[in-house]
Design a protein around this ligand. Structure first.
Ligand code: ZN
Length: 197
């Protein structure tokens, strides 16, 4: 049906999240119609992003620099720390423009079924950060799934000796993803945060 290089392109595109066979075909045919320079720029952007983007050594957020822009910004409040599962959730919270503190990205959730324990997550660095800096409040902003609850309680238990730990108020269904909450809902969830007992 497709000549071989085209079939390969469609195959690769299909591996992207949310892209089915039809969309992959549409994208591939679109790419073939574009000028060569534009396609080259796309390919280069893919490679550059993969090669240059790593993790911030302080918070774990995606960053091309050793320390990300949020961590190095003097405008952000050092006394507030918001703990999220991954960079997607951080970006969702940033879009609300409500939060002016800093972040800590765990890089996943504790999930014994998937063989993910606390030691595989960015938790040690978090405890070090909180125990060594004067942080007034740690806000747990983790989706309320089973894994999210386990992780929230585990992390809160470790941090409570050092600071106040709160969690955002979820008006979302269990297992609701931060990423899919609209900005108003997220801002409200942040505002309505409560201390973890
Ligand atoms: Zn950072």
């Amino acid at each position: 049906m497709y000549t071989r290089p085209l079939a390969r392109l469609i195959e690769h595109l299909q591996h992207l999240p949310g892209v089915g066979p039809k969309t992959a075909q549409r994208l591939a045919l679109h790419i073939l119609k574009r000028p060569k320079e534009e396609v080259a720029a796309l390919a280069q952007a893919l490679l550059d992003a993969k090669q240059q983007v790593g993790h911030c050594s302080v918070c774990g957020h995606l960053s091309a620099d050793p320390v990300c822009e949020i961590c190095s910004s003097p405008k952000r409040d050092d006394r507030l720390l918001c703990v999220v599962e991954d960079s997607r959730d951080l970006i969702a919270l940033e879009k609300t423009r409500e939060y002016k503190g800093k972040y800590h990205v765990l890089g996943g959730l504790i999930s014994p079924i998937d063989g993910i324990g606390p030691e595989q997550l960015n938790i040690q660095a978090l405890v070090r950060r909180v125990s060594q800096q004067s942080i007034q409040e740690v806000i747990m902003a983790i989706s309320p799934s089973v894994e999210g609850e386990t992780t929230t309680l585990y992390v809160a238990h470790l941090l409570k000796p050092f600071t106040k730990v709160t969690r955002i108020a979820f008006g979302l269904p269990m297992g609701g993803d931060l990423e899919y909450a609209d900005e108003v809902t997220l801002a409200r969830a942040l505002e309505g945060r409560r201390e973890l007992e």
